[in-house]
Design a protein around this ligand. Structure first.
Ligand code: NAP
Length: 299
């Protein structure tokens, strides 16, 4: 498990307690020492907390890696995989848990001998402090391989670990749909500094964004992902009315966002297909200006 943060920690603790052999790969000796001092990864779930002493190592360890789960942020993922790439076995698998799109394709193209499985997750986890992870929201995980519809034989291990999942033959559709929903809700919630629910007061901008996003999805051959997008965006706004979006939380906490792999990716795809998307472009400009004002990277 490369990236033992919120989502990586949630996956790692559940796999470990189900008896699946697993090592955490921590970024440097300082993080490894901090991890050993903590005694393991702690998971707080349903009001109960437990410590899991999962073995951990550095990227430069020499044991071969047959299956690599990557749970870094999208902007860190490719460089993190590069650090352990010499250890990947010839027919290794790389499981990619990143939100948005772009990082998965870059990794799949750079390590073509490995089978890359893309994962779209709606589970929720956050790091309270150090290596203590809170399982904050129930959700689901879709796994799929755009180049090979056959599920891998080890999928049942996820049942043992109580990780809710389904094999998705159309994983790109799932990832594009989630990306589009994120593009409609998250930037506006940051720019208006509001809970998701307050966006229901802005039907006009939401409508224009959803129209452009549907066009981008259709241009990318994602017809199913384009279908009923606006209705789902409105449903999610209502269902998560009291929540702050993940991008809002990132900005609020002074953390880098994954904008380049979300709204940035939608704008790049529109450009590649020669589509004019003035609403999306203006939204990206305003969001990037806000990020710079907050002293955060705008990519
Ligand atoms: P996170 O809590 O920030 O965890 C990322 C982890 O990656 C950190 O532990 C970080 O190490 C580690 N890392 C970065 N570079 C590394 C390197 N070179 N070597 C080893 N470790 C490295 O992020 P997250 O919330 O889990 O998000 C991960 C991905 O999952 C994102 O794409 C996110 O959008 C997606 N996602 C998250 C959730 C969620 O609920 N959290 C839900 C759905 C999707 P340090 O601890 O040393 O900083």
């Amino acid at each position: 498990m490369l990236g033992a943060g919120s989502l990586g920690g949630l996956w790692a603790t559940r796999l470990f307690r189900a008896g699946v052999p697993l090592h955490l790969i921590l970024r440097n000796p300082k993080r490894l020492a901090e991890y050993h001092a903590a005694g393991g990864l702690e998971l707080l779930e349903n009001g109960t907390s437990r410590l899991y002493p999962i073995p951990a190592e550095l990227p430069e360890a020499t044991t071969p890696i047959e299956r690599l789960l990557v749970a870094c942020k999208a902007y860190d993922a490719e460089a993190a995989v590069a650090e352990v790439a010499p250890r990947l076995t010839k027919h290794s698998e790389i499981l990619l848990l990143q939100n948005g799109l772009g990082s998965q394709q870059a990794i799949a193209a750079r390590w073509p001998e490995s089978r890359c499985i893309f994962i779209s997750s709606t589970e929720g986890a956050y790091r309270e402090v150090g290596f203590r992870i809170v399982h904050a929201g129930l959700g689901h995980n879709w796994l799929g391989d755009p180049g090979n519809r056959q599920p891998p034989p080890w999928l049942a291990e996820l049942n043992l670990a109580d990780i809710p999942y389904r094999w998705a033959e159309d994983i790109m559709g799932k990832l594009w749909r989630k990306l589009a929903i994120n593009c409609a809700i998250n930037p506006l919630s940051v720019l208006n500094d509001c809970h998701n629910g307050e966006l229901s007061n802005q039907p006009e901008p939401l409508h224009k964004l959803c129209c452009e996003l549907s066009e981008v999805l259709r241009a990318c051959d994602q017809m199913d992902a384009a279908d009923g997008l606006e209705a789902e965006v409105l449903r999610i706004i209502e269902a998560t009315a009291q929540n702050f979006s993940s991008m809002h939380q990132d900005v609020q906490n002074g953390r880098r966002t994954e904008v380049s792999f979300l709204l940035g990716q939608a704008c790049r795809a529109a450009r590649q297909h020669g589509l004019a998307t003035p609403e999306l472009c203006e939204l990206l400009d305003r969001l990037q200006a806000l990020l710079r004002r907050h002293g955060l990277p705008d990519d």
